[in-house]
Design a protein around this ligand. Structure first.
Ligand code: IPD
Ligand code: CA
Ligand code: CA
Ligand code: CA
Length: 265
């Protein structure tokens, strides 16, 4: 019987291989996106295409082949419960809006949960050919180079990512932006919350806040941020909460107190 460590290692290797394979499939669609039929979900800004579905199906098939008893939650096809104690949480394409509009800010995001927390986080951004990878107790890397957050970076000398979607009121997001600017910070939004979380782990952004996200948007980023020495606000994935949304706040050590206050968490 495999030990806990080798069970994690096997899945970590699989997650990285799948992120690259799935990223290649998605990139191929991206390069001929003029032919894609764009469908809408909750409103005209909430888009999806065959690329999202095909990439999720590919990752589901690979996981089922290698670990048939693992659970799986994906944005496009929902939750399939497992019995092994491991649950994959996948956003096949995070940043579908930049994807269909021809911008490079999108990624494949793959996490594995165990014991109620993300123990693997892998994010691959095909247009930049960047692979972010972390596993519990093993640190976080960007293309194999170790990531470690600098406590000297604060909201004042760095930029903070902010995201928004149609689950929250514009006024709520507006107030957060206003408070951040008033406190001497500034914000960036690139259209992919998962990629911006990877940027927090890489020290490019000092924090990321979005009032409402789903587990598939943030679990991989959380693992990366924890392993690079950062903080994330508790996000309950127990029972039915796994498929519900919650606020997302993740920061480097030097911005934690300020951003918790500004986000009102
Ligand atoms: C969205 C992106 C966006 C964020 C939204 C997410 P999707 O995911 O991460 O940046 O603001 O909340 O839903 O739909 O592109 O996978
Ligand atoms: Ca979506
Ligand atoms: Ca997403
Ligand atoms: Ca998505």
């Amino acid at each position: 019987m495999a030990s806990q460590t080798s069970r994690l290692d096997m899945r970590f290797i699989l997650a990285q291989a799948m992120a690259k394979e799935a990223g290649k499939v998605a990139l191929d669609y991206f390069n001929r996106r003029e032919t894609l039929v764009i469908e809408t979900k909750r409103d005209l800004q909430d888009v999806v295409s065959v690329a999202d579905r095909e990439v999720e199906n590919l990752i589901r098939a690979r996981v089922a082949e290698a670990n048939p008893h693992d659970g799986f939650l994906g944005e496009e096809y929902g939750l399939m419960e497992g019995t092994s104690g491991y649950t994959w949480v996948v956003d096949p394409i995070d940043g579908t809006s930049p994807f269909v509009n021809g911008m490079p800010n999108w990624c494949v995001s793959i996490a594995v949960l165990h014991g109620g927390r993300p123990v693997i986080g892998v994010i691959y951004a095909p247009c930049f050919n960047e692979l972010y990878a972390a596993a519990s107790g093993k640190g976080a890397t960007l293309d194999g180079k170790a990531l470690s957050l600098d406590p000297a970076r604060t909201i004042h000398n760095s930029v903070t990512g902010i995201g928004a979607n149609n689950y929250v009121t514009p006024a709520f997001v507006g107030k957060m932006v206003e408070d951040l600017l008033e406190a001497g910070g500034n914000f960036i939004r690139n259209g992919s919350g998962a990629l911006m979380l990877a940027y927090v782990a890489a020290g490019r952004l000092v924090g990321y806040y979005e009032p409402y996200m789903h587990a598939w948007d943030c679990m991989a980023g959380f693992c990366l941020i924890e392993e690079s020495g950062g903080y994330y606000h508790p996000f309950d994935v127990s029972g039915d909460n796994l498929t519900k949304g919650a606020p997302v706040l993740a920061t480097g050590p030097g911005a934690k107190d300020d951003l918790i206050k500004i986000a009102g968490l």
